[in-house]
Write a protein that binds this ligand. Structure first.
Ligand code: 5GP
Ligand code: ZN
Length: 117
């Protein structure tokens, strides 16, 4: 069920603490941690603690939680002293989504080309 922890979900395991991660921030509803394969000097993932499969599902099922995630991306950017940064929600395997628990990538610390690859 939407919002419930999923046994086979890597990011639910990071929320529970059974898979380690370098956590940079935690709130009542969100966790922010460093990506294991960083694509920029700052590459932090911000996730809701509750399981929702992607950004669209999160927005539809728990809009206030979606706002919490977005607010946290700004706080991470401030704490990492990023004046420019990119927030990415890969949605669907064709766009590169590999973990089916909604997450925002916060990327910064270098110039970011547009359009993205
Ligand atoms: P997606 O490709 O779904 O948009 O993003 C998933 C991200 O999770 C990837 O950037 C990948 O490097 C990261 N990732 C995958 N496994 C782990 C892990 O065990 N720990 C951390 N910190 N990041 C992970
Ligand atoms: Zn999950």
């Amino acid at each position: 069920m939407a919002g419930e922890p999923q046994d086979d979900c890597l990011f639910c395991k990071i929320v529970e603490g059974s898979v380690p991660a370098t956590i940079v921030r935690e709130t009542e509803t969100t966790v922010a941690f460093r990506d294991i394969n960083p694509q920029a000097p700052t590459h932090v993932l911000v996730i809701p603690k509750a399981h929702h499969r992607d950004a669209a599902a999160l927005a539809a099922e728990a809009p206030a939680l979606a706002a919490d995630v977005l607010r946290e991306t700004q706080t991470v950017a401030d704490e990492e002293k990023l004046d420019s940064y990119r927030i990415v929600f890969n949605t669907g395997s064709g766009a590169g989504q590999t973990v089916w628990h909604a997450h925002a990538h916060v990327l910064g610390g270098r110039g970011l080309a547009w359009p993205p690859g």
